[in-house]
Write a protein that binds this ligand. Structure first.
Ligand code: GLA
Length: 397
């Protein structure tokens, strides 16, 4: 079994020496975590509600000023260095990690922030293509680093929005705001209940005796591959059709389950199902928040299973490996609920598990999944973590 807790050894000393070796000179370090979404999937770009929590995997960015107009970035994950000019950032997605750097820098500049030439050394711990927001964590850490080196001060919220825009325009995924928001605003020990329209949010403490356990199916997803954007387009088509009857609706957020039943005939079957997922998922988020506040993990868990079924059957974003992980989890004692998390098409499940049952759960899920698929899953026991910040690291470097 491959399993790990998310308490990694801090890597800043390694990063500082990497930066020193590559570029020399002084650096400041910024880091942003990944996130797991407890419930409220594919609701964010429908102006709906989400309940994510940051997890203790981080992307670290060490940054120092250059005297010219260049951004030179080294990623230890890709073992590659790229050079970009601050004067020539425009252009379509290139399907390369440099798109994140181009995008974040371009968006900051377009918003009127004058950037400086910057050396960047990047270390990523968030598993990529796993639905844990490695992209948003890179974007937000980069944005904090570039702004700090240039001595400019956009607000946290502005940075979140600029990072989302970078992903739309430079990476090609028309994502919602959940990931960038969660990696920026999450607080240790809590889940973040976010209204994706008003951007009002509340931190909800996760009760002590519960653990969030993330199981990686090891099937990589590719959000930018088009399916994600197609789902978003289906939702927008649904709203357009429903507006004939609900003129005030600007997003699926404004549609009630009863409206959908009433106007079902107006919608092609596939669009109807996509809309039904979103509309019912918003309701599940409210119920899940109430369950968390009432310390009722059984009810919370039931809602997670319902969410998974809806994502699988109506939204069409699960896959057989994720379904299998959920099915295995549902039969393990001490598991309250399980569902796929993030965009889907592979990636991870999130499981709500009684703290005392975590060890048994880890070995059971790893064995059963390996037996069925021949794949060893990674299992991470998560502590809800603090959002992005400058990182001073440990005292010994
Ligand atoms: C990805 C996107 C988010 C959100 C989720 C699905 O993580 O980046 O904006 O839409 O998928 O809930």
């Amino acid at each position: 079994m491959s399993s790990s807790s998310l308490h990694h050894e801090p890597t800043a000393s390694g990063l500082i020496s990497l930066f020193g070796k590559k570029f020399g000179g002084e650096a400041r370090i910024f880091r942003a975590p990944g996130r797991v979404n407890l419930i409220g999937e594919h609701t964010d770009y429908n102006d709906g509600f989400v309940l994510p929590s940051a997890i203790g995997f981080y992307t670290y960015v060490a940054a120092g000023k250059r005297p010219d107009c260049e951004l030179i970035a080294y990623s230890d994950l890709f073992e590659e260095e790229i050079t970009l000019s601050l004067e020539e950032l425009a252009g379509p997605p290139r399907r390369h990690w440099g798109d994140f750097i181009r995008g974040v820098a371009a968006m900051l500049q377009q918003a009127g922030y004058r950037l400086s030439g910057t050396n960047l050394a990047i270390h990523g711990e968030v598993p990529g293509g796993a639905g844990l927001s490695s992209s948003a964590s890179l974007e937000v850490a980069l944005a904090l680093a570039l702004a700090a080196v240039a001595g400019v001060h956009p607000s946290r919220l502005e940075l979140v929005k600029l990072c989302q825009k970078a992903e739309h325009e430079y990476v090609g995924t028309r994502c919602g705001i959940m990931d960038q928001f969660a990696v920026s605003f999450s607080q240790e020990g809590s889940a973040l209940f976010l209204d994706c329209r008003s951007l009002e949010y509340r931190q909800l403490p996760i009760p002590q005796g519960l653990r969030l356990v993330v199981c990686n199916s090891m099937v990589r997803h590719e959000l930018a591959s088009g399916e994600y954007n197609l789902r978003r387009a289906d939702c927008e088509s649904g709203v357009k059709l429903l507006r004939a009857h609900l003129p005030a609706a600007t997003a699926l957020r404004d549609v009630e389950p009863a409206d959908l039943v009433r106007y079902r005939q107006e919608l092609p079957e596939q669009i109807y199902r996509r809309c039904r997922h979103v509309v019912t998922e918003n309701q599940r988020v409210f119920k899940a928040v109430a369950a968390l506040e009432a310390a009722d993990p059984e009810q919370f868990g039931r809602l997670m299973y319902e969410s998974h079924a809806s994502l699988r059957d109506d939204y069409g974003v699960s896959c057989k490996e994720l379904d299998l992980l959920v099915a295995i989890a549902s039969a393990v004692p001490g598991v309250f609920g399980a569902r796929m998390t993030g965009g889907g098409f592979g990636g991870c499940t999130v499981n709500l598990v009684c703290a005392d049952s975590v060890d048994g759960f880890q070995s059971r899920i790893a064995q059963a999944y390996l037996k069925e698929t021949g794949i060893t899953p990674q299992v991470y026991v998560c502590e809800p973590a603090q959002g992005a910040s400058e990182w001073k690291g440990r005292a010994d470097f």
